[in-house]
Design a binder for this molecule. Structure first.
Ligand SMILES: *Cc1c(COP(=O)(O)O)cnc(C)c1O
Length: 349
């Protein structure tokens, strides 16, 4: 691997970050805060939040078994996806490589940052091959984007292939594990210490049921996390979000219960879908959704919309012709979807 200094944009490496009032004061116990031009009234909303979210990180560290100094918290995974572009990629010069199909934000952020995005097709089983990803790289490739379990296909990437990329790529490898709570594969978050070029993404938006609060996480070695902290907005995670995250993270058993219920429902839905004549195939999934190949995704999607039921039509995505992506809902929501599809079928006969 190249040194971190070789990989980071020169302006970022040399950047003097903004120093907030709350950064400069630390240490002594204090009770009179006249340093940040805040209004002394309207508690508790009058104070700037902790820029480094220390209390939240303590709990994340406990729940995720990652040291605090190796954790970045951001405004959704969105922020953790955008920052590597801003830290490592020179606009108009550098490029990134990614599996295809995958989560749309990687390419949107590439476009916003004027970075060439190089998608590399998965195979017919939605599996990645390290060699084809590595072949797509050149001396200006700074990042490789992997997502496991992958969105929209739902499956885990083969561990040996991910490891091969980690061990043979000269730059940064990002493994988005947004759905790992629904999978029983070993997470790469647990192997941070083996790979100095690894960034793992997690989110509060899926298993933790907190999409509204916008809290995403990146795990990496300290030197990379320090770069994230240098470039991020000073108060990137607001006080309400930090408060709600503390509450959610202090009850991981609730999340575990949801996951268990959703996995049972997932099994039931996959079975029911595979028995529908309008469903050609259900792809294997390790996430809280599944991808199903239908006889006519567009028509069925539209039919469901008219019934007030929204699934994701992925028919225009590479390798996903006629595919619908279905999130696992509550038992009654899932039943409504199944009833609508059976009714659609009876209308076809
Ligand atoms: C849903 C999802 C996320 C979550 O994004 P947030 O900004 O944290 O809500 C991240 N990655 C993937 C692949 C997803 O599907």
């Amino acid at each position: 691997m190249k040194s971190l200094q070789e990989l980071v944009r020169e302006n970022i490496w040399n950047l003097t970050p903004y120093s907030s009032a709350r950064n400069e004061y630390s240490g002594h116990v204090a009770h009179v805060f006249l340093d940040a031009n805040e209004n002394p009234y309207n508690k508790p909303f009058n104070r700037y939040p902790d820029p480094l979210q220390t209390e939240v990180k303590k709990l994340v560290s406990k729940v995720k078994h990652v040291a605090q100094e190796k954790i970045f918290l951001g405004n959704g995974s969105d922020e953790a996806i955008d920052l590597p572009y801003r830290i490592f990629c020179r606009p108009g010069i550098d490029n990134v490589v990614a599996i295809e199909p995958t989560y749309g934000m990687y390419s949107v952020c590439a476009a916003i940052n004027d970075i060439d995005y190089r998608p590399v097709l998965l195979d017919d089983n939605y599996q990645m091959h390290a060699d084809s990803l590595l072949q797509a790289c050149d001396e200006n490739t700074k990042l490789i984007w992997l997502c496991s379990p992958n969105n929209p296909s739902g499956n885990n990437m083969k561990r040996e292939e991910v490891v091969k990329v980690l061990e043979n790529f000269d730059g940064i490898v990002i493994v988005d594990e947004a759905y790992s709570d629904f999978s029983n594969q070993r997470t790469f978050r647990e192997d941070l210490d083996l790979y100095p070029n690894l960034i793992v993404l997690n989110t509060m938006s899926k298993a933790w049921g907190c999409a509204a609060i916008r809290l995403g996480m990146a795990f990496a070695r300290k030197e990379i996390i320090d770069l994230f902290n240098k470039v991020k907005y000073p108060y990137n995670v607001n006080a309400l979000t930090q408060k709600q995250a503390l509450e959610a993270l202090s009850d991981p058993f609730e999340t575990a219960k949801w996951v268990k219920t959703l996995l049972l429902e997932r099994q039931r839905m996959i079975q029911a879908f595979s028995e529908l004549p309008i469903c050609m195939k259900v792809y294997p999934t390790d996430a809280n959704f599944f991808l199903a190949k239908m006889t006519d995704a567009q028509v069925i999607y539209q039919y469901l919309v008219e019934k007030g039921i929204i699934v994701r039509n992925r028919t225009k995505v590479s390798l996903c012709h006629n595919c619908l992506r279905v999130t696992i809902g509550t038992r009654s929501e899932n039943n409504e979807l199944l009833a609508a599809l059976r009714q659609y079928e009876s209308g076809q006969r």
